[in-house]
Design a binder for this molecule. Structure first.
Ligand code: ADP
Ligand code: MG
Length: 148
């Protein structure tokens, strides 16, 4: 995976980008998504779900109340939203238990994760609102030595 910047001009394009990315996943990946409220983080996760063949009757929504949602697919998609949590509360979630080969873990409001809990292979995704339906999506892979 290379460091990449994309501009999307609709939610559909954001989903399509994420869907394409998800097709190549093998399990064990962790995505940390950064971006303001309404940037499109959950929309991006919907695309990941499509690309992991999560059945369409599972509609991916922000797990703001349950904190962690799991979706069955080609790999299990673990969707985490830390919006309401303090870093000390994140410590108690047991996130580490989800970083498994058969899972793809995606975290909204990843800035809430204490540094020592971030897996070395985590991919950073930052979504910036540009205007109207335009978003800038930057994908930053982990440092070279952590790539398989
Ligand atoms: P977040 O999870 O970051 O708070 P959501 O994905 O829930 O954001 O909401 C993003 C909103 O912006 C949705 O209503 C979506 O339809 C809209 N939107 C408009 N253009 C885009 C785009 N290019 N990419 C993603 N979402 C977009
Ligand atoms: Mg969201």
């Amino acid at each position: 995976m290379k460091n990449d910047v994309f501009i999307t001009n609709s939610p559909e394009q954001t989903r399509a980008l994420a869907q394409k990315m998800a097709r190549g996943l093998k399990g064990g990946e962790v995505f940390l998504i950064f971006g303001d409220l309404g940037a499109g983080k959950t929309t991006f996760v919907q695309g990941l779900a499509e690309g992991l063949d999560v059945p369409g009757d599972f509609y991916v929504v922000s797990p703001s109340f349950s904190l962690i949602n799991e979706y069955p697919g080609r790999l299990k998609l673990i969707h985490v939203d830390l919006y309401r949590l303090e870093p000390s509360q994140v410590e108690d979630l047991g996130l580490e238990d989800y970083f498994e080969k058969e899972n793809v873990v995606v975290v909204e409001w990843a800035e809430r994760i204490p540094f020592r809990l971030i897996p070395p292979g985590a991919v950073q995704i930052t979504i910036h609102y540009l205007k109207d339906q335009s978003r800038r999506i930057e994908i930053i892979p982990p440092p070279k030595q952590h790539n398989p």
